[in-house]
Design a binder for this molecule. Structure first.
Ligand code: SF4
Ligand code: SF4
Length: 344
C-alpha cells in the first residue's frame, strides 16, 4: 500500500492540476455550512471543513434527474417513443468526501446495482467517480459511525484516503483509480517509513473520541413482527412532523418517485427524491393509504434502516452514523435512542 506525503502548498497546486483531467467536486462554504459542489476553475476544496448539511449523495443521485424524453407530436418521427436523455459522464474526482459518506455510497449501491436491476444513471455517475476521502480527525458529538461498521478513517469505497497531519497530508492510495488521480495531480513523493503507524495512531485517537454508540446485536434475532408490533411506536414518533428532513439529509436514503412532465408536445420523465415520511409516498390510486398515520411512516423509516435492510442484504444496518438526521430534526428525534429501544 503506497502512502504519499504532500505538503500543503503542493496539495493546492496538484489538486488544480488534476482539474485538467477530472471534473473536480469538493466541499465549499455555503452560507453557514459547507456543501459538495463542482469546483470552478481555480477553486479549491476547503479541506478544513467540518461537515456538510446535505450528504454528497446528490452527486450520483440528483434531487431531480431527467431519465427519458419524448414527443407527442404526430409529425415527429419519434412520436410517443421514450428516448434516453443524453448525458455526459466525464471523469470526476470527489475530493474531501468523508469516510462515512463513501461507505454510504456502497450501501446505496446494494440497491442500485443488483443482479436483477441496475440503475444506469446512478451506475454511470458512480463509475465516473474517483473518491478522494478526507479522514475525520475530530469527530462530531453526534458521530456514532464506529458502531455502524464504519468510522472516521474507514477506507471502504475510497480510492484515496487523505489524512491531514497538520503540517501536510498523507495520502494512502487504495486503488488504481486513486493512483491515476495522484498521477494526474503530480503527487509522487512517498512518505517515510513511519507514515502507516502515524495514520494508525491518528485513527485510534479519532475513534476513541467517538463516545456516541448504538447497539443492534439483538435486532437481528428478533422477528419483523416483534419489532413492528412493539408498543413504543406511537410514543417514539409522537414529536415527528413527517417533514422528511432526515431522509433528504441522509446519505443512505435512496427513495425516489418518477413523474412525467409534458410541455405542449414535448415531455420528460424525471426521477425525483421522495421520502417515506410523506403521506403521498404510499397513497394508492384508490385513495387507500397503508401508512395513513404519521407514526406508521416514522416506524417505516426506522424499520427499513435497522431491520429490513439488515435482513435483506446481511451487510449491517442502513445507517453510517453520520449524525445529520440527529442534528437537523426539528423534533429532536434521535435514531440512536430509537435503535437502542428497538434493540432492547
Ligand atoms: S424524524 Fe424529524 S426530521 Fe425526520 S420527518 Fe420526523 S420531524 Fe422531520
Ligand atoms: S445518522 Fe441519520 S442521516 Fe446519518 S446515515 Fe444514519 S440515518 Fe442517515
Amino acid at each position: 500500500m503506497k502512502i504519499l506525503h504532500i505538503d500543503k502548498a503542493s496539495w493546492d497546486k496538484g489538486v488544480l492540476k488534476s482539474g485538467e483531467t477530472y471534473r473536480l467536486t469538493g466541499p465549499v462554504k455555503d452560507k453557514d455550512t459547507h456543501a459538495f459542489k463542482n469546483l470552478n476553475d481555480g477553486e479549491l476544496p476547503d479541506m478544513g471543513y467540518v461537515e456538510t448539511k446535505m450528504s454528497p449523495k446528490a452527486l450520483l443521485f440528483p434531487r431531480s434527474e431527467v431519465m427519458l424524453t419524448y414527443s407527442t407530436n404526430p409529425h415527429d418521427g419519434n412520436c410517443n417513443i421514450m428516448k434516453e436523455a443524453s448525458k455526459a459522464y466525464p471523469p470526476r474526482a470527489v475530493i474531501g468526501i468523508r469516510p462515512f459518506d463513501a461507505k454510504a455510497i456502497q450501501l446505496v449501491k446494494l440497491n442500485f446495482d443488483t443482479e436483477e436491476y441496475k440503475d444506469p444513471y446512478w451506475l454511470k455517475a458512480y463509475e465516473a467517480c474517483t473518491f478522494v476521502g478526507l479522514a475525520i480527525n475530530q469527530p462530531s458529538i453526534t458521530d456514532f459511525s464506529t458502531s455502524c461498521n464504519t468510522g472516521p478513517f474507514d477506507e471502504t469505497g475510497l480510492d484515496v484516503l487523505v489524512v491531514d497531519t497538520g503540517h501536510g497530508f498523507l495520502a494512502k492510495i487504495l486503488s488504481t483509480k486513486g493512483q491515476a488521480w495522484a498521477d494526474a495531480a503530480g503527487f509522487n513523493i512517498e512518505a517515510g517509513a513511519d507514515a502507516a503507524s502515524k495514520i494508525t495512531a491518528m485513527k485510534k485517537e479519532a475513534e476513541a473520541n467517538i463516545v456516541s454508540k448504538i447497539s443492534v446485536d439483538k435486532i437481528a434475532g428478533k422477528t419483523v413482527l416483534e419489532l413492528f408490533d412493539a408498543g413504543h411506536w406511537e410514543d417514539t414518533a409522537f414529536g415527528c412532523i413527517n417533514c422528511g428532513t432526515c431522509t433528504f439529509a441522509c446519505p443512505t436514503c435512496w427513495c425516489f418517485d418518477i413523474q412525467d412532465e409534458t410541455y405542449g408536445t414535448q415531455g420528460v420523465r424525471i426521477k425525483n427524491w421522495d421520502s417515506c415520511m410523506t403521506g403521498l409516498f404510499t397513497m394508492h390510486g384508490s385513495g387507500h393509504n397503508p401508512r395513513e398515520y404519521p407514526y406508521q411512516r416514522t416506524r417505516q423509516r426506522f424499520m427499513h434502516k435497522l431491520k429490513y435492510f439488515m435482513d435483506k442484504y446481511q451487510e449491517g444496518i442502513m445507517c453510517v452514523g453520520c449524525g445529520r438526521c440527529i442534528k437537523q430534526c426539528p423534533a429532536n428525534i434521535d435514531i440512536r435512542e430509537i435503535c437502542n429501544t428497538m434493540n432492547q
